[in-house]
Write a protein that binds this ligand. Structure first.
Ligand code: PLP
Length: 439
């Protein structure tokens, strides 16, 4: 009997007792390679001394001060860092405690912006069918994950969905990436026209789709074309980089690679790398100025926004990434990971696609490569792989079942940015053994 509600009583769950580098250890002394950083969180691995020291120092000075009374130097410094690195004019940073809060902040920010400029009709959010944006009611409403939304449908704000950018499944034969991107942009435009352009507030998308589809990057020009459609109708573009941002793809902000800057951008997970819970919503000068020069303040807030200890952890994480030039390692090790996975699974008909950017890598499982038919969901292969991998001392983050009305089993890999060449080969070898044991 457990009193911890979020612990699944049907699954025997070991107690994690320590972590060092890419490894976690349980109370039996068994070690696990953390190849997914939980849910793409632990980008510096575990027990990082510089981050721990920064947290301790912050606790020795000021752990927390409520934002209605004070700012703290560390929150200012972290905001400066993000503002300097962020693309476009994303110069204003609203700190929160996690991903879902960052999304709620983004939705409310978009809505308040339009209220301030007297476009109060703008209330519709458009997102994509294959997406996850969090579990709070606003985030759930825009997410495409049907089964997650189902019990709460009567409570959710109205939202609308278009197709994801999912080349493996949806790009047609004889269609170039650019033509595919144009088709998706047209679909978004049609949806805006159907709803009435003056009623649409924002389009929300994950720059690289994470948990629902296993690291699916957009095809070339997709984000550019989407940006152009949004601009044409005065619709804000919100990019969710809660999973894909903060260096996971080899760029601090994933959209840098696409040469596109959104109006609002959300980050979390890798920002604090799991050392403290922290997320943030960044917005442009345009949005900030309208609100500050209008009613004067953003009608939002949580008790722990700008939490000093969380900001100290995040600042230390980000400084470490910069000082150790870890993004170069992310790009190099990511290439190695995809290449070794392709070799290891070259003759396995069930690995349909291997994809991703940087150290954000997904494998899609199928019945066979030719038909691309999904595996029978009743077999819950993704869950079996997760369990078997754990047995084999490897933590991976699978997903499966019905997402976006489609079936699909995926494995997501998101190892720490500090991974060595040997670590990557070890991950591939353990995963390869695991897949042969299960399939
Ligand atoms: N957005 C994306 C893309 C995510 O992957 C997640 C979490 O997995 C969230 C939002 C929600 O973040 P959190 O679980 O921190 O609330």
């Amino acid at each position: 009997m457990t009193h911890v509600f979020h612990r699944n009583p049907k699954i025997s769950m070991k107690t994690a007792v320590s972590g060092k580098g890419i490894r976690l250890f349980d109370s039996d002394g068994k070690s696990y390679i953390d190849a997914c950083g939980g849910a793409a969180v632990s980008c510096l691995g575990h027990g990082h001394p510089a981050v721990i020291e920064a947290i301790k120092q912050q606790l020795d000075t000021i752990a927390y001060a409520h934002t209605s009374f004070f700012t703290t130097q560390v929150a200012e410094d972290l905001a400066d860092f993000l503002q300097q690195k962020a693309p476009g004019s994303l110069n204003h940073v609203y700190f929160v405690s996690g991903g879902s809060e960052a999304i709620e902040t983004a939705l409310k920010l978009a809505r308040q912006y339009f209220v301030e400029i007297d476009q109060t009709e703008r209330r519709h959010f458009i997102a994509r069918r294959q997406s996850y944006h969090g579990n709070t009611l606003g985030a759930l409403a825009i997410g495409g994950n049907v089964w997650r939304r189902q019990p709460f449908l009567p409570l959710l704000i109205e939202s609308h969905h278009v197709s994801p950018c999912y080349a493996y499944r949806d790009q047609r034969e004889n269609e170039s990436e650019e033509q595919y991107a144009s088709r998706l942009a047209l679909e978004l435009e049609d949806k805006i026209l159907e709803l009435g352009p003056s009623t649409v507030a924002a389009f929300v998308a994950e720059t690289v789709v994470g948990a629902t589809a296993g690291a699916v990057p957009p095809v070339k020009t997709y984000l550019e074309k989407i940006r152009a459609v949004c601009d044409k109708y005065g619709v804000l573009l919100i990019l969710d980089e809660i999973m894909s941002g903060m260096g996971r793809t080899g760029h601090l902000f994933a959209c840098e690679e696409d040469g596109v800057a959104p109006d609002i951008l959300t980050i979390a997970k890798g920002l604090g790398a799991g050392y403290q819970p922290i997320g943030a919503t960044l917005c442009t000068d345009k949005i900030y100025d309208v609100i500050v020069n209008g009613s004067g303040y953003f009608q939002h807030g949580h008790t722990y926004i700008g939490h000093a200890t969380a900001c100290a952890a995040a600042l230390a994480v980000q400084k470490t990434i910069q000082e150790q030039n870890l993004l170069a390692n992310v790009l190099q090790r990511g290439e190695q990971l995809r290449s070794e996975l392709r070799q290891a699974f070259a003759n396995n008909p069930h690995i349909g696609d291997i994809r991703g950017r940087g150290l954000f890598v997904g494998l899609e499982l199928v019945q066979d490569r030719e038909s691309k038919k999904p595996l029978d969901p009743a077999h819950k292969i993704h869950a079996k792989i997760k369990a078997q991998a754990k047995e084999n001392g490897l933590l991976v983050y699978p997903s499966g079942g019905t997402i976006d009305g489609r079936l699909g089993d995926h494995i997501l890999l998101a190892p720490p940015f500090t991974c060595t060449q040997e670590d990557i080969s070890d991950i591939v070898s353990r995963l390869s053994d695991t897949v042969s044991q299960v399939l």
